[in-house]
Design a protein around this ligand. Structure first.
Ligand SMILES: Nc1ncnc2c1ncn2[C@@H]1O[C@H](COP(=O)(O)OP(=O)(O)OP(=O)(O)O)[C@@H](O)[C@H]1O
Ligand SMILES: [Mg+2]
Length: 221
């Protein structure tokens, strides 16, 4: 999926407005892997929320391929999120009471993917992350690194064109960080998923083809 932002402004609040993104434009070609760094409070998560159709820009447009998604109605945005975008967050956001395979399968159930296809995809994804043996284990029994790999697998369940990750290694130790980043790099290469990752860690940013810095509401290449 090609992602293009034109003239994005994000202003929070009405009485005491805070301008976070200030006439930001960028294009990320299909299959590219970019990292976004920048000081705390510079608007990295705000930008990712816009890209993820979780929020709308105050002004400006967001295109997924040719389609302007910036002001689509909520029902349409929900569909876009489910079918075209995979999210990975710092705190995994998995369902701890469910097993590994139930977590990975859930987005497919929501999208109405039939059972046979779901099982096949779960198999493939668990093989990709090397957790086939843990398929029936509850999430709560896994290490942080293992949980984050499951979160990556879940993000890919509906074969999205865009993978968004906000500090995906922020809670992990050095070894797990490398393992999760290897998985993300492999996903980006083998599935041609456009990948946009926010991180404070220069070692993590180095996995991307291009690193941007967000500062004063603008992206610097
Ligand atoms: N929903 C909101 N309402 C009002 N202000 C917000 C909202 N979300 C974010 N902000 C403000 O926008 C600015 C940017 O926040 P954001 O979370 O995008 O930064 P960040 O770069 O992700 O920071 P960090 O590196 O600490 O995660 C901050 O000043 C924050 O307080
Ligand atoms: Mg943030």
């Amino acid at each position: 999926m090609r992602v293009s932002l034109t003239g994005i402004h994000k202003i929070y609040g009405k009485t005491r407005p805070t301008k976070v993104l200030d006439d930001l434009s960028m294009t990320i070609e299909s299959g590219d892997f970019v990292a976004i760094t920048g000081p705390s409070g510079s608007g990295k998560s705000s930008l990712l929320n816009l890209l993820g159709c979780l929020d709308s820009p105050t002004f400006g447009q967001i295109f997924f391929d040719q389609r302007d998604v910036s002001r689509a109605p909520e029902a349409v945005r929900e569909r876009i999120r489910l079918q075209h975008i995979g999210f990975v967050f710092q705190n995994y956001q998995l369902l701890p009471g469910l097993t590994v395979q139930e977590n990975v399968s859930l987005p497919m159930q929501l999208a109405g993917v039939r059972r046979g296809e779901r099982l096949a995809r779960v198999q493939g994804l668990l093989t990709m992350i090397g957790l086939q043996k843990q398929a029936d284990q509850r999430i709560g029994t896994l290490s942080g690194g293992q949980q984050q790999k499951v979160a990556v697998a879940r993000a890919l369940a509906n074969l999205p064109g865009l993978l968004l990750a906000d500090e995906p290694t922020g809670s992990l130790d050095g070894q797990s960080t490398l393992q999760v980043m290897e998985v993300i790099r492999e996903v980006n290469r083998s599935r041609s998923v456009t990948t946009i990752l926010v991180t404070h860690d220069p070692q993590v940013a180095a996995y991307a083809q291009k690193v941007y810095r967000l500062e004063n509401g603008q992206l610097h290449g």
